[in-house]
Design a protein around this ligand. Structure first.
Ligand SMILES: Nc1ncnc2c1ncn2[C@@H]1O[C@H](COP(=O)(O)OP(=O)(O)OP(=O)(O)O)[C@@H](O)[C@H]1O
Ligand SMILES: [Mg+2]
Length: 499
C-alpha cells in the first residue's frame, strides 16, 4: 500500500542532473490535504493519471472523494489496472512492487445528472437557490430580481419549489396575480416571460432531470467499503461538460451544500471528504464578480469543515488569483512554450512555486515528459515545500471507459439504485397552484348563486395545503425544505441567500 495513515505517497523525486529517480518519496501530508490543490499541464501530459492517483490514495486512507469524469476514462478504476508500455516501465523504474504497489479495483459509485451513466444526481430548485439559478438561466439583473421575489413568496407561503415545473407555475401564477404582490417589488410580465423562456431552454437541454427528488443526501457520498476504503464517487461529466453553465452550477451547488451542511471539523489528521474537479476552468468562465467572491469565500472556509478541493486544468492562469492562492498542494505537468504567449504563461506558472536553487523552474516546465511533474506539497507546518522535479506514480486501478453492460451491473448492484433510481413527484407548488387556480374558476362560476360570503379567501386553500405539508414534515423530507428556508435566513446563504 502506498499510503500510511499520515501521508499519501504520490511521486518520487528525480535527480535533475541525471533524470533518474533518486529514491526520495514525495508525499502529501494527510493533515494538509484540506489545504486544497491544483493539477495543471498541457493536454496529454498526465493530469488525469495524477488525479486518479490522488483519488486512489485518499480512498486507501479511508477518505471518500467525488471526482468529475470528463472523458469517461476514470470509470476504469473500478477494476484492477493492467500496466503495459510506459506505465509498466514506470512501475519497474521506481521499484514500486517492492513498496506495496498492487493492481487493484477501487470501490466506486457512479452518478449522473442525466441519470444515464450513474445514479441520478438531483437537487431541488429550492436547494439551488436563486443566485445559482439566475446564473444557470443567464438572467439579467431585473429578471434575477423577479426570481428572488418568486423564492420569497414561495418561502413565505410554504410552497415547495422542487422541480422546474414548480418554478414555472410559481412564476406564471405570481405574474397573473401580481396585484396581490405589489409590496414585493415590480413583477413585470416581460421579465416573467424572459424567465419562462430561459426555463424552456434549460428543459430543452435536458437539464430538468437534475431538478427534483429524491435529492442527493450528502451522507451518501461519504461511504466507506467493508475494508474501510473511501468510496470514489464518479460524476459522469462527458455530456454535462458540453453545458458548461450546468457543469459549473452542479459543482458550485455541491461545494455550497458541503459548506452549509457539514459541522466544523477543526484540525484533523485527514480530510473528511475530497472533491476533484477536472476541466476546472469551466467553473470560472464568465463568472460574475459577486459569485466569484462567494466561491473564493467557500473555498477558503470549507477547509475548516475538513473538505479538500483539487482543481485540474491546463494552466494555472485558468483559475482566478483569489482562488489560486488558496491551493497549497501543486502538481505541474509540462506546458508548451512555443509562442511568446505560451512563454509568458510558463513564466507565470513557474513563479507560483517556491524556487529550488538546483533547478531553473521555468525551463524545466517546458522539458517535462509525460507523467513527470514539478511538485510542491505543503509541509507538516503548512509551508509550501521547495519545488521538485518528480515522477508521478501510476494508479493501481484500471483506466479507460467501461462497457455499457459493466456499468449497468455495477449500478444495479449498488444500494444507491434503490434510493435514487426512481424519481418522485410529490405535492409541491405546481400541484397546489393548479388546484388554487381551479378553485378560483369554480368560485367565479358559482358566485351569483352562492353569494360572496361563502367565497373562500384567496389563500385559504394554499394555506391549508401548506399546513398539511407542515404536519407531514415531521416524518418526511419536507422538514428539510423548511429547515432550508431558515438556514438561508441565518447564513444569508452562500449562493442561495435571500437578499
Ligand atoms: N504517472 C504516469 N506514469 C506513466 N505513464 C503515464 C503517467 N501519467 C500519464 N501517463 C501516460 O500518458 C497518458 C496520458 O495521460 P493523461 O490521460 O493523464 O493525460 P492528461 O494530461 O489528462 O491529458 P488530457 O488533457 O488530454 O486529458 C496515459 O494514458 C499514460 O499512458
Ligand atoms: Mg485528462
Amino acid at each position: 500500500m502506498l499510503t500510511s495513515d499520515r501521508r499519501l505517497f504520490l511521486a518520487a523525486a528525480e535527480d535533475p542532473s541525471t533524470l533518474r529517480p533518486d529514491g526520495r518519496e514525495l508525499c502529501l501530508e494527510a493533515r494538509m490535504a484540506n489545504r486544497h490543490g491544483l493539477i495543471t499541464g498541457a493536454t496529454g501530459t498526465g493530469k488525469t493519471f495524477s488525479l486518479q492517483n490522488l483519488a486512489e490514495s485518499f480512498s486507501a486512507l479511508g477518505v471518500p472523494v467525488l471526482l468529475t469524469d470528463v472523458k469517461g476514462d476514470l470509470a476504469g478504476l473500478c477494476r484492477p489496472g493492467a500496466p503495459s508500455g510506459g506505465v509498466a516501465a514506470r512501475v519497474d523504474e521506481l521499484g514500486l512492487r517492492a513498496k506495496g504497489y498492487e493492481n487493484r479495483a477501487w470501490p466506486v459509485c457512479f452518478w449522473d445528472v442525466f441519470g444515464e451513466q450513474g445514479h441520478p444526481l438531483r437537487a431541488t430548485v429550492s436547494d439551488l437557490g436563486p443566485a445559482l439559478l439566475s446564473r444557470l438561466l443567464e438572467l439579467n439583473e431585473v429578471q434575477s430580481g423577479l426570481l428572488d421575489i418568486a423564492f420569497r413568496i414561495a418561502d413565505e407561503r410554504g410552497l415547495l419549489l422542487l422541480d422546474l415545473k414548480d418554478l414555472r407555475s410559481m412564476i406564471t401564477w405570481m405574474t397573473e396575480n401580481r396585484g396581490e404582490f405589489l409590496s414585493y417589488g415590480n413583477i413585470s410580465g416581460a421579465s416573467a416571460g424572459a424567465v419562462l423562456r430561459a426555463l424552456t431552454r434549460l428543459e430543452g437541454a435536458g437539464a430538468e432531470a437534475f431538478f427534483g427528488e429524491p435529492a442527493l443526501a450528502l451522507e451518501d457520498l461519504f461511504r466507506t467499503d467493508l475494508s474501510g476504503r473511501g468510496y470514489v464517487n464518479i460524476l459522469a461529466s462527458d455530456r454535462l461538460m458540453l453545458q458548461p453553465r450546468l457543469y459549473a452550477t452542479v459543482l458550485l451547488w455541491l461545494l455550497s451544500e458541503l459548506y452549509e451542511r457539514l459541522p466544523e471539523a477543526g484540525d484533523t489528521d485527514k480530510p473528511r471528504f475530497v472533491l476533484l474537479f477536472d476541466e476546472a476552468h469551466l467553473l470560472f468562465t464568465n463568472m460574475p464578480a459577486v459569485l466569484l467572491e462567494k466561491v473564493e469565500q467557500v473555498v477558503r472556509l470549507i477547509r475548516s469543515k475538513g473538505v479538500g478541493v483539487y482543481f485540474v486544468t491546463q494552466n494555472p492562469d485558468d483559475i482566478p488569483d483569489s482562488v489560486l492562492s488558496q491551493l497549497g498542494n501543486r502538481i505541474q505537468h509540462a506546458l508548451r512554450a512555443f509562442t511568446p504567449r505560451d512563454q509568458k504563461a510558463v513564466r507565470a506558472a513557474a513563479q507560483t512555486f517556491r524556487p529550488n536553487p538546483a533547478m531553473n523552474t521555468e525551463r524545466v516546465i517546458a522539458e517535462l515528459r509525460t507523467g513527470e511533474a514539478l511538485v510542491s506539497f505543503l509541509d507538516a507546518k503548512g509551508a509550501p515545500a521547495v519545488v521538485e522535479r518528480a515522477l508521478i506514480l501510476p494508479p493501481e486501478g484500471g483506466s479507460g471507459p467501461l462497457r455499457a453492460e459493466e456499468r449497468r451491473e455495477i449500478l444495479a448492484a449498488s444500494p444507491m439504485q434503490r434510493l435514487y433510481g426512481t424519481s418522485v413527484d410529490r405535492e409541491s407548488a405546481y400541484e397546489l397552484l393548479a388546484r388554487e387556480q381551479e378553485q378560483r374558476r369554480e368560485q367565479a362560476e358559482a358566485r351569483p348563486a352562492r353569494g360572496r360570503k361563502e367565497e373562500r379567501s384567496l389563500w385559504e386553500e394554499v394555506a391549508r395545503g401548506a399546513a398539511k405539508q407542515a404536519t407531514r414534515s415531521m416524518t418526511s423530507a419536507i422538514g428539510r425544505e423548511l429547515g432550508r428556508t431558515i438556514l438561508r435566513g441565518v447564513l444569508g446563504g452562500i449562493f442561495g441567500g435571500r437578499r
